[in-house]
Design a protein around this ligand. Structure first.
Ligand code: GLN
Length: 255
């Protein structure tokens, strides 16, 4: 009798950091795992909960400054455990407010500095004007395998990567990390941080598959290349989102 392979996901603060349907990313990971005969075992990690030691993929969504401030001390306290886990090969996807708090700190519009988990080599400072709109990136997570990533951004934070740090992608249209560098997000090993909401994964299934393969690689030692699925609907959503980004990405919003 064949045993179903399992991928353990640690979903950080789902009831605090979940705007723009970021929770939808978990649903996409679960169904794409199931289509490959894999089971996604999702553990919710809230304030005060222990950090499970067998997590293959950490996930954290976005949130307003208020929600970020509510969970930041708890997240900072589990920073060393997350740094160890990611250093040990666990994968991660962090979106917007969660992305900012996986860095060293987020200084919000009030000037309050929220200490981060220190997993990603970056820091963020909120600016006067929000960066809102559809975004299109060009990414190369695997050498020679250039892909596009389409999503939606809405953030006051300007994220500065440390020198030598790897961005997730080059901005084709939109603001990205700071509206100036021409780059978006950050990649550190199997950990990905990005400002792209949407949710992100339904319109970018290749990234969902990449994350699942990395997570499975953490559990089994072997990074598998999955058989492509028939992603007609996903491809259409990607096309629509990319076209929107090309025509109206990158406009400043009110505070
Ligand atoms: N509060 C943060 C900012 O404004 C993150 C916002 C978000 O997660 N969309 O930059």
């Amino acid at each position: 009798m064949s045993v179903t392979e399992r991928i353990v996901v640690g979903h950080l603060y789902p009831s605090y950091l979940n705007i723009y349907a970021d929770r939808g990313n978990i649903a996409v990971l679960a169904v794409r795992a199931a289509w490959r005969g894999l089971e996604l075992d999702v553990r919710t990690i809230g304030p005060g909960d222990a950090t499970p030691v067998d997590v293959d993929l950490f996930y954290v969504g976005g949130g307003q400054d208020r929600e970020q401030a509510l969970i930041a001390p708890d997240l900072a306290s589990r920073g060393p455990a997350l740094v160890d886990a990611v250093g040990g090969g666990a994968a991660a996807l962090a979106v917007c407010g969660g992305y900012q708090l996986l860095g060293r700190f987020y200084r919000d519009r009030g000037g309050e500095e929220l200490v981060g988990a220190g997993v990603l080599p970056l820091y963020t400072v909120a600016g006067e004007r929000r960066m809102i709109g559809d975004v299109l990136l060009e990414c190369e997570l695997e050498p020679g395998d250039v892909r596009t990533l389409a999503g939606f951004e809405n953030h006051a934070g300007r994220t500065i990567l440390d020198s030598g740090a790897e961005p997730l992608g080059r901005v084709v249209s939109g603001f990205g990390n700071d509206g100036e560098s021409g780059y978006e997000g950050c990649r550190a090993g199997r950990a990905i941080g990005t400002y792209l909401h949407g949710p992100l994964l339904p319109r970018n299934p290749w990234l969902a598959d990449w994350l699942l393969a990395q997570a499975l690689g953490h559990r089994t030692g072997e990074v598998r290349v999955f058989e492509p699925l028939r992603d007609d609907l996903e491809a259409e959503a990607h096309m629509v989102s990319s076209a929107r980004a090309r025509t109206r990405g990158g406009r400043y919003g009110r505070v």
